[in-house]
Design a protein around this ligand. Sequence first.
Ligand SMILES: [Zn+2]
Length: 161
Amino acid sequence: MSFFESHHPSPNFSPTPVHERLGVCFHHSVMSFEATVAHMLRPESRVSYHVLIDLDGSRASLVADEHIAWHAGVSTFQGRPNCNEFLLGVSFAGDTRATPLTDAQIASALDWLAPRWLRHDWTPAVMTDHRQIAPGRKDDLAPAEWARLLAAITGRFPAVV
Ligand SMILES: [Zn+2]
């Protein structure tokens, strides 16, 4: 299944160093899809995701994979700080603390991951969310929704044995 993806280049990114693409940090944006895109097109906001996924699964591409989007802030993953430099930022429109991810959002995330999974040698172990890399400071995703998403990812991309 594939989903429509529109391109809205955000000015909020660092072109260097080239993004490492070690893995992915998932977020929810709280705001609607349209409001989030508008926010990330404003230079003053100084925030961006690589891609944003709407409730119906359609996506907005905001920052190129090889560039560093500004989504994680103060964060640590696998003992390393500055997660923006090595984790791509993928966000779901809406608020997973209030409303579960839609099936289309999860399917669209898998669709976005698919061409990148083998290219970057990803495993479920390099998938994370904002809550886990900035504990106590950030609460996206809701734990139950993170568990749903991770189960879907693990089901779609079984480990090579
Ligand atoms: Zn976040």
